[in-house]
Every structure is written in structure tokens, then in C-alpha cells.
Ligand binder design. Structure first.
Ligand code: CDP
Ligand code: MG
Length: 171
């Protein structure tokens, strides 16, 4: 099933100047770019994103919600909408697990970071894990409309549609 998903390259990705490298990973697997912008999200926007939609405080505690909001306000981010077959699951697979220490090699978090929850808690450090990606279809739908107006999303055709079975050869 074709799905749209929200990807946000976090302030650490922008500051480390690896935005192009990370975007190219999503391009290589064929996920179709439908919207993209650089913004510095407000506290209210992040509350809607992480708590109203993502329920971070109930999942991980009030303190984590606050710490993570401060981290996400530490610089501009790049937000994207990409579309593809089962895109939500595919992008989560590419991003890897939340804790970089546990994220597998080959995933973005596993390849570009290594911090552990234990370390960031003990040292009062941000869990700089580079990318946000929608976790479920419900989350994706709400997040895409929180970050982008309908008019900013370009619903153009995926190339994969050109490879339908039974498609006639052109010569
Ligand atoms: O981002 P993901 O969906 O993998 O995880 P989450 O449980 O939705 O948490 C959202 C974000 O909160 C994480 O990506 C981290 O940036 C942050 N977080 C944190 O700073 N410290 C934790 N112990 C857990 C999450
Ligand atoms: Mg999440």
C-alpha cells in the first residue's frame, strides 16, 4: 500500500552538515519526495508533534519530553514528506532504533551515532539521534498535516507505477 510518511532531520544532522548524505539514502531506496522545508519549530509545534500526537510524556516521562523539546529547538531542522510502498515501516527500518547504541549498523542512527540512554541520562546530554520518522499510519497522517499545509505537498506519480505487470514494451 502506498503511504506518506514524515521525516525530520534533527538539529544535530543539520549542524553536522550531513543533510545531503541522509537525504540521499531515502532517494536511493526510491522513496518519493513530495514536500521539503527547513524550519525552526516552536515549542507549541513540538508539543503537538511529540505529546498530542506522539504521547512522549506518557511513554517516556515528562522530563524526556522537556529535554527532547529543548534539543529540537536548538537549531533548524529539515522536514520532508516521502511516499512509497509501506513507506512508514521502510523509513523506520532505515532510521533504526531510538537508542543509537542499539541501532544496527546500516541504519542511520547506527551508522552516524553511538550514544546510549545510560550515558545521556548520567551526563545530562541530549540523545542526538539525527532523524525523526513517523511510527504508525495514524501518527504519519497527523504529523504530515501538522508540518505541512496541503498546498505544500506535491502528489506527483511514483516511478514504481511504470513497472506494473503486463506493461507493454515500447519497441
Ligand atoms: O524517535 P523514536 O520514535 O524512535 O522514539 P520516541 O520514543 O518516539 O522518542 C522521541 C524522541 O525522544 C527520541 O527520538 C529521542 O530524541 C528522545 N528521547 C530522549 O531524548 N531520551 C530518551 N530516553 C528517549 C527518547
Ligand atoms: Mg516516536
Amino acid at each position: 500500500m502506498l503511504q506518506k510518511t514524515l521525516i525530520v532531520l534533527k538539529p544535530d544532522a543539520v549542524k553536522r552538515n550531513i543533510v545531503g548524505e541522509l537525504i540521499s539514502r531515502f532517494e536511493k531506496v526510491g522513496l518519493h519526495l513530495q514536500a521539503m522545508k527547513m524550519i525552526q519549530p516552536t515549542e507549541e509545534h513540538l508539543y503537538d508533534h511529540y505529546e498530542t500526537i506522539g504521547q512522549l510524556a506518557s511513554r517516556r516521562g515528562e522530563e524526556i519530553l522537556k529535554i527532547n523539546t529543548d534539543f529540537m529547538r536548538s537549531g533548524p531542522v529539515i522536514a520532508m514528506v516521502r511516499e512509497g510502498v509501506e513507506a512508514i515501516e521502510v523509513v523506520r527500518k532505515m532510521v533504526g532504533s531510538t537508542e543509537p547504541k542499539s541501532a544496527l549498523p546500516g541504519t542511520i542512527r547506527g551508522d552516524y551515532s553511538h550514544l546510549s540512554f545510560g550515558y545521556t541520562d548520567k551526563n545530562n546530554a541530549w540523545l542526538t539521534n539525527l532523524v525523526h520518522a513517523s511510527a504508525t499510519p495514524e501518527e504519519a497522517e497527523k504529523e504530515v498535516s501538522l508540518w505541512f499545509a496541503q498546498a505544500e505537498i506535491y502528489d506527483h506519480e511514483m516511478e514504481a507505477h511504470q513497472f506494473k505487470r503486463g506493461h507493454k514494451k515500447s519497441h
